[in-house]
Ligand binder design. Structure first.
Ligand SMILES: NC(=O)c1ccc[n+]([C@@H]2O[C@H](COP(=O)([O-])OP(=O)(O)OC[C@H]3O[C@@H](n4cnc5c(N)ncnc54)[C@H](O)[C@@H]3O)[C@@H](O)[C@H]2O)c1
Ligand SMILES: O[C@H]1[C@H](O)[C@@H](O)[C@H](O)[C@@H](O)[C@H]1O
Length: 340
């Protein structure tokens, strides 16, 4: 495997998340430099490349991946565009960090899995950044160490201030709850086997046609239950919390962020307004670990199997959302490459 002194990274998609990753690779993470940026919006690509020495702007991801100064690819285009970029990167056997969701549907994820299996080694890390968040890591260590006894339930809350234009009910599952789906699989070490979605009366603050909030219930292979409140137009802040309840104790993350202030007859803290603030450290740690592994010629962290399993649960979730029924998750057999 190639050893890279400095990893030349192509960032595909330079919107909100892609631009933040370009900044991160340029200013925060050592051992990498952004040699290419790709966006179907050429002006946006040029804007992202501006000020970065040796960075070329492209509108075609395949052209960027064929460039000699591109050693790795960070995909931050919208979910439906991921499959094409992933297959192109795998055709060049390049290390990839792909923003979540790996793909919005399970069939596309399976095609990516087949392409990676043909290489015979893992190349793709999925951007499930909560696995790199300090609080989630502590909760995972506590659960793995048996500190709470056998875990029985997770209570999760996922609140966004507001949705961007075009955000659909399906995206509440595919784009938002997909984080809890991955976090639950990782924290509990079990696959999710069934999904049910309950709908309280919709908030007046939600856009027309969006049944927001919703309560998503996940059942796991070992009999644990996970409830997820997804409320993407709560209006007051970006809140992500998770309480694990075990046979001998409970532990909750996500309550406090930032300063706790006592002044002017009041006490309290701040609520982050978006994910870029709440998960800044997690994104930094995730990208640093990806760059370090890629420079060693290795791939670690959540991979294509995790992206596929999450997509399969999301598909069941979207059916449960539409029908009100409890929907079983259908999973293919886990290939040996992913520990099957
Ligand atoms: N991990 C997280 O917390 C987190 C947060 C936000 C977004 N995301 C993920 O990041 C990705 C991007 O989200 P965003 O909010 O930055 O979206 P965005 O709409 O702000 O940006 C997407 C960009 O991709 C470009 N684009 C579209 N199709 C393309 C293609 N085929 N090739 C190249 N560029 C293309 C668009 O022109 C746009 O500039 C999504 O997968 C999203 O789910 C993850
Ligand atoms: O794409 C975003 C992102 O993944 C955020 O982390 C999540 O809180 C939002 O709900 C989602 O729309």
């Amino acid at each position: 495997m190639t050893q890279h002194s400095t990893l030349g990274v192509a960032v595909v998609g330079t919107g909100r998340m892609g631009a933040d990753h370009v900044r991160r690779l340029d200013e925060v993470v050592s051992g990498a430099r952004v040699t290419a940026v790709v966006d179907i919006d050429g002006d946006r690509a040029k804007g992202a490349a501006r000020g970065i020495a040796g960075c070329t702007a492209y509108t075609d991801a395949a052209a960027a991946m064929a460039a000699p100064d591109v050693d790795a690819v960070l995909i931050a285009s919208p979910g439906p565009a991921h499959e094409e970029a992933l297959l192109a990167a795998l055709a060049h056997d390049l290390p990839v960090l792909c923003e979540k969701p790996l793909t919005p549907d399970a069939a596309a994820a399976l095609r990516v899995m087949e392409a990676e299996a043909r290489l015979g080694h893992r190349r793709v890390q999925v951007g499930f950044m909560r696995r790199y968040d300090a609080e989630y890591l502590r909760l995972k260590a506590l659960l793995d160490g048996g500190g709470l006894g056998r875990p029985l339930m997770l209570h999760c809350r996922h609140r966004n201030v507001a949705t961007p234009p075009g955000f659909t009910e399906q995206m509440m599952i595919n784009d938002s709850v997909v984080h809890e789906i991955d976090a639950a699989r990782w924290l509990l070490g079990e696959e999710i086997t069934a999904v049910t979605v309950l709908r309280p009366r919709p908030s007046g603050g939600a856009p027309e046609g969006l049944g927001d909030p919703q309560l998503v219930l996940l059942e796991t292979a070992g009999g644990a239950v996970v409830d997820v409140e997804i409320f993407v137009n709560c209006g007051f802040g970006y809140q992500v919390s998770c309480e694990a309840v075990g046979e001998r104790g409970a532990a909750r993350l996500g309550d406090a962020h930032g300063l706790y202030v006592t002044a002017a007859g009041r006490w309290g803290g701040e609520i982050a307004q978006d994910y870029v603030v709440r998960f800044e450290d997690a994104y930094d740690r995730q990208v640093r670990r990806w760059v370090d592994a890629a420079r060693r010629g290795e791939t670690e962290g959540p991979g294509v199997w995790d992206g596929y399993a999450a997509a399969a649960v999301c598909e069941a979730g979207v059916r449960a959302q539409a029908t009100g029924a409890r929907v079983a998750v259908e999973l293919a057999a886990r290939p040996a490459l992913y520990g099957g």
